[in-house]
Design a protein around this ligand. Structure first.
Ligand SMILES: Nc1ncnc2c1ncn2[C@@H]1O[C@H](COP(=O)(O)OP(=O)(O)OP(=O)(O)O)[C@@H](O)[C@H]1O
Length: 770
């Protein structure tokens, strides 16, 4: 066993570092390398859930070569590739791709210099094959003639279905081939392919590898490819065998087979893995001593030791510069290099040192101007996606109008068929409900009941206890009770005037017990019964030749300054509702926009192609903007024309205020999209914001009715001022010169800017951007 371990260490060390020194025969340092990775460390999570995925990994990929990256599932291959294409950053260590650090403007990575095929399909299902390639062609700014010729060439090479077929209708294998074609078709210098041959039949796999070999041999392009079919990696120039975040070996397939003394790569990989496992077991009982042999290669001897110690020198790479500027990597001599030496060596390798890191930092804070051609491609794509699916199209445009209809049809109308129990003791002594319309004190109870609105159904009851029981059982909304001598007592009270006795006053009363469990119904019934009394009394006074108004309490509501007497509830709610509908449609439409694209790997693919998150945001805003125009128009048509909600002010101003709020909603949706990793959480967040926002913003209840602390919260909501502003335009007819109106507009604009800045901030933090 000890011998095996020794052999393994010699084998791994010698091959790893020999390959580094040999891989740059010309001594051209980074010029000969397409990719250099040094001491790459990458972890996910924090605290106890932190797991290290890349653990001091070194990797060297020669220009024009094919590099097969092999490793068990979950060993970190995709993580490494995403660091290479600039989509993730290392915790420590350095990466150089095509001579530059990924993400710097001069690197062209992300960008057209690299072709990336992510593990996910990363295709738009609603696009045809042709549209897919045309879309990426626009992103890469390729001429359409070139796109067409590549489409034909790749269709033949990859045996693609007819280019008019929609991606979503293709089989899994066909879809992967389209995805592969997307990575290839702009002929990048560096191809990074994450499992391109999964689900592809052997014949096609052969032709894919032939193509990759041609790309490397004939065109000098570099290919890094991960695969689970280990044996197909025989075609690669170099194989990196990855395990536990490090490369166990980095060597040509031939040398790997020879040195491992195994017949197949799979066996060689197995042996390396087994040795690695044994090695880590042994590490608790042995100390490995690494020495450099005269070739500059590392050998290892293993000695038993009771003390549990490990010597990391085996994993250390000492980089020093020779006179020729060529860099050698030896092992076990790291202590001899000063930090300055290391920094110089890194610089010569083209690997950025501290100063370069500072530079990189500055790059990431630079805001690159959006590219018009990429923006055009994104906007076109967004429109195609929207209009292609008729279901989505209808949903987007008609749902707000439908909501407005539902609102108008259901809300604000007077309740009908409300049952009220009538207990009229005037009838108990055999009287019939006969009354005249003249000045006569006879059966006034019946005369009063005549004036009660038809919305109330009068249900006669024999006695008060039965009527109250019916109220308790929910059969009636209230009980109206007239005493035995109601009419006589009423007459006495009229003639007594100020000297009426309390007893007389009580007997001449109409007593009402309400079921006040429903406040709205309670309010309506109360109002109608009072109105009925007003009308009854006015009529009676008139019949008796008195001034009809004489019996009224001396509080009179004259014509309102704004609005009308008895303004319907719908008119109060309409401005708030219009804004809420438009706002929340915008939120829910944008909240999911690139969440699903991100999940499907599309966002990654686009970002690696050079698209920036700012461009994606602008593209979405433009797309949503036009949708917003349609939605706002339909909602206004519905409200104003179909349901006659009056707008006393300038209609254009009302539309503008609504439109701005739609924009605020879009920005809020985009913020959700940048924060959430999946559609569910995006949907949940947008839904969860709906109720508090509408309730607190004064859509259905006046803010003046809220406790003072809640009022402050209400005014910090994005909708509140805009709703008040729109209400002023609708109900008061105010113009933009009024403070309440322009404040709503200014605050909406402030929200838009604030949310957009927040989006960009989140994007920077979450590293969506370059
Ligand atoms: N964003 C993330 N947050 C936390 N863990 C992650 C994240 N991405 C990947 N991982 C974890 O990192 C490990 C390496 O993942 P990675 O996708 O790089 O492996 P892989 O070698 O490409 O696997 P496979 O061959 O199955 O695709 C896995 O355990 C994975 O669960």
């Amino acid at each position: 066993m000890q011998k095996d371990i020794e052999d393994f260490k010699v084998f791994v060390s010698s091959h790893r570092f020999a390959s580094e020194t040999n891989s740059d025969p010309g001594g051209g340092v980074s010029r000969g390398h397409a990719v250099l990775v040094r001491k790459a460390t990458k972890s996910y999570g924090v605290g106890r859930s932190r797991s290290t995925i890349l653990d001091g990994l070194d990797m060297t990929v020669k220009k024009g070569s094919i590099y097969g990256l092999l490793g068990a599932s979950g060993c970190g291959k995709t993580t490494l590739l995403s660091c290479l294409v600039g989509r993730r950053s290392l915790n420590s260590g350095e990466i150089l791709v095509l001579g530059h650090e990924p993400g710097t403007p001069e690197s062209g990575v992300p960008g057209p210099r690299v072709g990336y095929m992510p593990q996910e399909l990363a295709l738009y299902g609603d696009f045809t094959i042709k549209e897919t390639l045309q879309y990426f062609g626009r992103i890469y700014n390729l001429r359409s003639a070139f796109v067409d010729s590549q489409l034909e060439f790749l269709s033949n090479l990859l045996d693609l279905p007819p280019s008019i077929r929609y991606v979503k209708t293709l089989s899994g294998g066909q879809q992967r081939r389209v995805s592969f074609a997307v990575a290839l078709f702009h002929e990048p210098e560096l191809l990074i392919l994450d499992e391109p041959t999964v689900g592809v039949d052997p014949l096609l796999r052969r032709s894919i590898w032939n193509h990759l070999i041609r790309q490397s041999v004939d065109h000098g392009r570099t290919v890094i490819v991960t695969t689970h079919y280990i044996e197909e990696a025989r075609e690669a120039n170099t194989i990196g065998m990855m395990r536990s975040g490090r490369l166990l070996a980095e060597e040509s397939p031939k040398n790997l087979l020879r040195n491992s003394r195994r017949p197949s790569l799979e066996d060689a990989f197995l042996k390396l893995c087994m040795d690695e496992i044994n090695d880590s077991d042994e590490q608790s009982t042995v100390v490995a001593h690494c020495t450099s042999n005269e070739d500059g290669q590392t050998s290892a001897t293993v000695q038993p030791d009771d003390n549990i110690t490990t010597d990391n020198s085996c994993n250390q790479v000492d980089i020093h510069e020779t006179d020729t500027g060529r860099v050698h990597h030896t092992n076990g001599q790291a202590s001899s290099a000063t930090p300055a030496d290391l920094s110089n060596a890194l610089s010569n390798l083209g690997i950025p040192n501290k100063a370069a890191k500072m530079k990189r930092k500055n790059h990431t804070t630079n805001v690159a101007l959006p590219s018009l051609q990429r923006l055009g491609a994104l906007i076109r794509k967004n429109y195609l996606m929207t209009f292609r699916n008729i279901g989505i199209f209808v949903f987007i445009y008609l749902i707000p109008a439908f909501q407005a209809i539902v609102f108008n049809v259901t809300l604000g109308h007077e309740p009908m068929n409300l049952k009220l129990a009538i207990v009229n003791d005037e009838l108990s002594s055999g009287n019939t409900c006969n009354y005249t319309t003249e000045c006569s004190y006879s059966m006034l109870s019946c005369r009063y009941l005549r004036y009660i609105k038809k919305n109330i159904i009068q249900m006669p009851y024999g006695n008060i206890s039965d009527a109250l029981e019916a109220g308790k059982n929910g059969q009636v909304w209230g009980v109206i009770h007239f005493g035995h001598n109601f009419t006589e007592e009423f007459e006495i009270r009229q003639s007594a005037g100020d000297s009426a006795s309390l007893e007389n006053i009580i007997r001449s009363r109409i007593s009402i017990n309400m079921d006040s469990s429903n406040q709205q119904i309670d309010v309506f019934i109360e109002k109608w019964l009072l109105e009925a009394f007003g009308d009854f009394f006015k009529d009676f006074m008139k019949a008796c030749q008195y001034e009809p108004e004489a019996g009224y309490i001396p509080v009179v509501f004259l014509d309102p300054v704004y609005g009308e007497k008895d303004t319907p509830f719908t008119e109060f709610m309409a401005p708030g509702l219009i804004i809420s509908i438009v706002y929340f449609m915008a939120v829910s439409l944008t909240a999911g926009v690139f969440v699903s694209e991100r999940k499907q790997g599309l966002l990654d693919r686009c970002l690696v192609a050079g698209v920036t998150m700012t461009e994606i945001l602008i593209g979405q805003l433009v797309n949503q903007f036009s949708i917003l125009i349609g939605q706002t128009t339909l909602v206004f048509l519905c409200m104003l024309l179909a349901f006659n909600i009056p707008c006393h002010g300038n209609l254009a101003l009302a539309v503008f205020i609504t439109f701005l709020q739609g924009f605020v909603g879009m920005c809020f949706g985009l913020l959700i999209a940048t924060l959430c990793d999946n559609e569910n959480s995006a949907l949940l967040l947008s839904q969860a914001s709906f109720l508090p926002f509408t309730v607190i913003s004064g859509v259905c209840w006046p803010i003046e009715g809220m406790p003072p602390y809640l009022r402050n919260i209400a005014y910090s909501m994005p909708l509140t001022y805009a709703i008040e502003s729109l209400r002023c335009v609708f109900a008061r007819g105010w113009g933009i010169d009024r403070r309440d109106v322009y404040v709503g507009i200014l605050i909406s604009i402030a929200w838009i800017l604030g949310l957009l800045i927040l989006c960009l901030f989140v994007i920077r933090i979450r590293k969506y951007a370059r």
